[in-house]
Design a protein around this ligand. Structure first.
Ligand code: ADP
Length: 581
């Protein structure tokens, strides 16, 4: 099969902006007219000096003055219109791009999203997309026009006298060499800058998220190592890079505009030898002065050129991420039997398998507890059943249908995944519970809150159900947040509940209330518990012992205590900790 040719960053960016190409072409045309208008001043001055030196008429000079005036007006109007047009097209493109990114996130595996630090998505969706603004709104029209005009003037000077043409290019060529040296490592350096920026964004997001703990342990920002180091690394990266780049920038900024350094001596020699007229000499002087302004303006976009690749790469990384391929058409799921058939699994970013030929039957309306040492693969099994990732080999079916043949939203309706991360949105308590089912009435919301044991404490809050939870649910205790998220899951009323039990121990009083809430949530449902404590598994219909990615035994508490030494050891250890507590 022929390998697909990798698209250049510009081609990709241009394809994302395809709906607005008309706007960009219009802005380029207007920008060219604008720069041409500004150049009429140099042509007019050159023409007038020529007239003065050759004894031309007053009226002719006035005409050049008028042309200069027209040039200024054209320049002002056209550049303003070009900027407005390119910005309109750019902001529409950026809006579409952000929409595309968010739509894409809804289709990539849930597991990929959970594995990616949220700071990384923020950097790409906010910063990298914003980073396209100078490229689209300025680079496209302004670089094009600023390059075209000096080329035109250079050709004109060559037509007057080719030797002067060469002389006028000397400092520009030196500038170009410096610019190419500066640009040589630019994209690599910029990649590095994005990496340190991302590290800093992740550290900041983590720091803000954990600020409670940082404060509780009286840690200042400076002593929160990862955050402080990331900020330091970011600052020194830029400092070193800019220092390295400074020498090239000095040459570009100082040598390039000094065109007269070559034009004057060469012109003087040619004039003194009689091979260059005074009129041509002065024309070339004036035109060459007008040459470098647009050229330097075009050079200022070299940075942008290098940045484009990185920003486009980051955005394309999300847009091209693997999607879970699922049909759109709803299927008929006859019951909630879950079957794992020789499932093996390797995480995308890893080489080693974490599950080996796991086969498991879960009957409807039963309680199945997954137990085993930490890292044995319990959560992975549960997340695969919830459809967060596709299995590497084998299959998982629900009601006899491979879950890969079930539309994502239908599978979602079947399964409520209650994790330890009880995230609450910065909205009212009522809205947070209603996330479980958006069309639920107020009465239904309050009924599940009662069942989950949260009605009383919600009513005791300042504004009752209308109290704002605070970002991440910060205004509520851990136990309260957990009960609200259980109420949310109850409202969803999915026939299968997967419960990732909290690893952190909750106080006994809270634990009893939460257990009651869980019982209410799971009544008459198929329940899969990832049990980090064994106290909750005693009554399970089936306890599945997972070790090193394999199922080593399954049965009831009694059966396992008799037949599974690993489980017996775990149970002894559990009893031991209970005794200590
Ligand atoms: P358990 O729930 O039994 O503690 P997990 O299913 O979380 O175990 O983890 C099983 C193995 O998979 C561990 O070695 C863990 O490090 C690895 N693992 C878990 N999640 C990921 C992930 N998102 N990416 C890569 N490896 C992972």
């Amino acid at each position: 099969m022929k390998e697909k040719k990798k698209e250049s960053p510009f081609a990709l960016l241009w394809s994302w902006a395809k709906e607005y190409h008309g706007g960009f072409y219009g802005s380029i045309l207007l920008a060219v007219l604008g720069v041409a208008g500004s150049m009429t001043a140099y042509f007019s001055v050159a023409a007038m000096i020529r007239i003065l030196l050759t004894g031309g008429g007053f009226q002719e000079s006035i005409n050049w003055c008028l042309l200069m005036l027209v040039g200024y007006v054209v320049k002002s109007l056209c550049s303003a219109a070009s900027t407005a047009m390119s910005h309109r097209a750019t902001f529409h493109t950026l809006k579409d791009l952000r929409k595309m990114l968010l739509e894409k996130l809804s289709r990539v595996p849930m597991g990929t999203i959970m594995d990616t630090p949220s700071g990384q998505y923020k950097t790409t969706i906010v910063d990298c997309v914003e980073g396209m603004e100078p490229t689209l709104a300025h680079l496209i029209p302004e670089m094009t026009s600023n390059m075209l005009v000096p080329i035109f003037i250079a050709v004109y000077i060559f037509c007057i006298d080719w030797r002067m043409g060469l002389a006028s290019l000397v400092t520009t060529i030196i500038g170009l060499i410096a610019a190419s040296q500066s640009a040589k490592n630019y994209s690599v350096k910029w990649d590095g800058a994005v990496a340190v920026g991302r590290k800093m964004a992740n550290a900041i997001v983590e720091y803000i998220g954990g600020i409670q703990i940082v404060k509780a342990f009286s840690q200042s920002a400076g002593s929160y190592g990862r955050y402080a180091d990331a900020v330091e690394e970011n600052a020194s990266y830029y400092k070193n890079w800019m220092q390295e780049n400074q020498k090239f920038m000095c040459v570009i900024q100082t040598v390039t505009p000094s065109v007269l350094l070559a034009v004057l001596p060469v012109g003087l020699i040619l004039w003194s030898q009689g091979s260059l007229s005074a009129a041509d000499f002065t024309t070339v002087i004036v035109l060459s002065l007008g040459f470098t302004g647009p050229f330097l303006a075009a050079m200022s976009f070299v940075d942008e050129l290098a940045i484009v690749g990185t920003n486009v790469g980051e955005i394309a990384g999300i847009l091209n991420a693997n999607e879970l391929k699922r049909p759109e058409e709803q299927v008929i799921i006859k019951d909630q039997t879950i079957q794992m058939n020789q499932v093996s699994f390797t995480y995308g970013n890893q080489e080693e398998k974490v599950l080996f030929d796991v086969s498991l039957d879960i009957k409807p309306k039963t309680v199945t507890a997954l137990v085993g040492p930490s890292g044995s693969g319990k959560s992975t099994i549960a997340k695969l059943i919830a459809g967060f990732w596709d299995v590497s080999s084998g299959s998982i079916s629900l009601g006899g249908i491979n879950i890969q043949k079930i539309p994502l939203d239908q599978l979602n309706q079947q399964i409520a995944y209650v994790s330890q991360d009880n995230y609450l949105f910065d909205r009212t308590v009522r809205d947070n519970i209603r996330m479980g089912r958006l069309d639920a009435s107020d009465q239904e919301v309050e009924a599940v809150a009662k069942a989950a044991g949260c009605d009383a404490f919600i009513r005791a809050l300042d504004q009752g159900y209308e109290t704002i939870c605070g970002s991440g649910g910060g205004h509520l205790s851990g136990g309260e947040k957990q009960r609200i998220s259980i109420a949310r899951a109850m409202l969803k009323n999915a026939p299968i509940v997967i419960l990732d039990e909290a690893t952190a121990s909750v106080d006994p009083e809270n634990e009893a209330v939460i257990q009651k809430a869980i019982l209410a949530l799971t009544k008459g449902k198929t329940l899969i518990v990832i049990a980090h404590h064994l106290s909750t598994v005693v009554d399970a219909d089936c306890i599945v012992v997972v070790s090193k990615g394999k199922i080593v035994a399954q049965g009831t508490q009694k059966e396992l205590l008799e037949n599974c030494p690993l489980y017996a050891r775990m149970w002894q250890a559990h009893i031991g900790t209970k005794d200590v507590m």
